[in-house]
Design a protein around this ligand. Structure first.
Ligand code: AMP
Length: 544
């Protein structure tokens, strides 16, 4: 027998309409790409999204068509996040930091008919345009006064495009499984692969992400996603903000610690989200200020994900700002929220050091995400915090296939997706990432976690960034090489670093060497680019 409750589809449209009704005066504040602080309300954003949907219809966009963006976090990007999926089309956000070939591949593969770009990315698109065949129109996300000179054909101005359109749109009642967003992973091998989110997966991800044990977003919050809207939907935060009616603060193109600090201070941000390098930039900036007490700032939570958050970073942020750091894990294929580290009442009595030992873990899955760890044969491993294996996840906001790759089976027999991460699960359900499976160092039949070594090394006061890679070894198969970028004005030695590690890691984990480089290579999403490091050190051999 079926239940007798209403079968309302889970649509992004309902999030937008709810916001227009209940959060219409709530602000979206952008540090505009053109300069200056721009303010608008959710009510106005909803109306402009309707105008944008009319304009897109006029440009020939219909249901199932793809619209791409290459843009910073801004109110116009938010309007695209709403208008495009709500009209039944697909929003494909492209990461401008990818290699040109990858950008071309994504735009061709998604068959985007219209591409929206911020003025900052116009030169980049000018270089690629002749190789992008599907795109019929390029819309520059600015007003007439700021339109740049360009060699591009078929260029339109965003504000002109929507200026004369009506501010109400007859949004279609879509099937909740209709595709809504398309984000490509920047895997290190092969072409980028598209995760195709649906309205249903996006709405469920919102519910799962906003709860108190997850990101804990509410109408009382001022949300500051520094994580870019061109990568995994800025962790879903644009939709979280619109759904909950939290004020939304967007950093625009200014990725400096100074901008992060000013936005937090001036706009009263309570939750800020970003990868570890963002927080290093913020901490470095505040060190330069005369004032040294930042604990009065309204910030309550720093949410760190994308790469492991080291204990030293967590401690530093918490001490400096009197805020709580929340460590989270996820990936493009998981929308991205997969786990969040929140405390449990039963651990309230623990010492600070014991609490920190838990805090550095990647957290527990929210309801909706199922996890297991398996060995190389797919056999499930115990949840004892010691055994580690491939992390497998499933749930309604986890990918079941890649876009336009129907023959590529990415699930195991039980429907779990292989994350490519190696982790442990402890009896309380906290998951700890040991490594990416390709980064783990195989030494004498045992594994060494590069992440754990990096996290310990980051605690050395002169270390700004640390990375560990495996170097071939005649006896042990691989041994760890520790690569360091020192903080400016410091010059730690190999011995300083090794002395610091002594006693904090198992003896046999001790790196066989420590080398210093000027700058750490990063991926398009802010993670350490280990492939480049491996290239850089391909002829390296350990000292005798
Ligand atoms: P992406 O799909 O580009 O967002 O990358 C996802 C990958 O980033 C994951 O599979 C992990 O390897 C890594 N990652 C994300 N969050 C964390 C975290 N908190 N700690 C360690 N690695 C992380």
């Amino acid at each position: 027998m079926l239940g007798l409750m209403q079968d309302r589809p889970l649509l992004i449209t309902t999030i937008m309409e709810y916001a227009a009704l209940y959060h219409s005066d709530c602000e979206v504040v952008t540090n505009a790409v053109e300069g200056g602080i721009h303010r608008i309300t959710y009510g106005e954003v909803a109306k402009r999204s309707a105008a944008l949907a009319h304009a897109l219809t006029r440009l020939g966009i219909s249901q199932g068509d793809c619209v791409s963006t290459m843009a910073w976090n801004s109110h116009r990007h938010l309007e695209l996040y709403l208008a495009v999926p709500c009209m039944g089309s697909i929003l494909n956000t492209v990461n401008p930091r990818l290699f040109p070939e990858q950008i071309i591949y994504i735009l061709e593969h998604s068959e985007a008919k219209v591409l929206f770009v911020d003025i900052t990315f116009v030169p980049q698109i000018e270089e690629l345009a002749y190789k992008i065949s599907a795109v019929e129109k390029i819309v520059i996300m600015t007003d007439r006064d700021h339109m740049p000179e360009t060699s591009l054909d078929n260029v339109l101005c965003y504000e002109d495009l929507i200026a004369t359109e009506g501010d109400q749109f007859d949004w279609p009642e879509l099937d909740e499984n209709t595709a809504a967003g398309l984000c490509y992973t920047s895997g290190t091998t092969g072409d980028p692969k598209g995760a195709l989110y649906s309205h249903r997966s996006t709405v469920l991800h919102c519910y799962g992400s906003c709860s108190k044990d997850s990101l804990g977003v509410s109408k009382a919050d001022v949300l500051f996603p520094i994580v870019p809207m061109f990568h995994v939907n800025a962790w879903g935060t644009p939709y979280h903000a619109v759904m909950t009616g939290s004020k939304l603060v967007l950093p625009g193109a200014d990725m400096t610690g100074e901008n992060f600090y000013n936005m937090i201070k001036d706009e009263g941000c309570t939750i800020a989200l970003g990868v570890p390098t963002i927080w290093l930039a913020l901490l470095q900036y505040v060190e330069t200020l005369d004032t040294q007490d930042f604990t009065k700032l309204p910030i309550e939570n720093f949410i760190i994900g994308g790469s492991a958050a080291a204990a030293s970073l967590i401690e530093n942020l918490e001490k400096t700002f009197g805020a709580t750091v929340v460590h989270a894990w996820g990936m493009t294929e998981t929308s991205p929220l997969g786990s969040v580290n929140r405390p449990m009442a039963k651990n309230a009595h623990l010492s600070d050091a014991e609490k920190m030992a838990i805090k550095v873990k990647q957290g527990r899955p929210p309801f909706g995400v199922e996890m297991k760890i398996v060995d190389d044969d797919g056999g499930e491993l115990p949840r004892n915090g010691i055994a580690f294996g491939r992390l497998m996840v499933k749930g309604p906001w986890v990918a079941k296939a890649y876009f336009k790759q129907p023959d590529l089976n990415i699930l195991d027999d039980e429907g779990y997706f292989d994350t490519g991460d190696v982790s442990t699960l402890d009896p309380d359900g906290y998951m700890t990432i040991v490594d990416r499976s390709k980064d783990v160092i195989k030494s004498g039949g045992e594994w060494i976690s590069s992440i754990e070594l990096e996290n310990v090394a980051l605690g050395q006061p002169d270390v700004a960034e640390a990375a560990v890679i495996g170097i071939a070894h005649p006896k042990w198969q691989e041994r760890p090489l520790l690569i360091i970028v020192s903080k400016s004005g410091t010059a730690p030695t190999r011995k300083d670093i090794l002395d610091f590690l002594d006693g904090k890691i198992a003896k046999w984990w001790t790196p066989d060497d420590v080398v210093f480089i000027e700058e750490m290579p990063h991926t398009a999403t802010g993670k350490t680019q280990k492939r480049d490091l491996r290239d850089m050190f391909k002829d390296y051999s350990f000292p005798e």
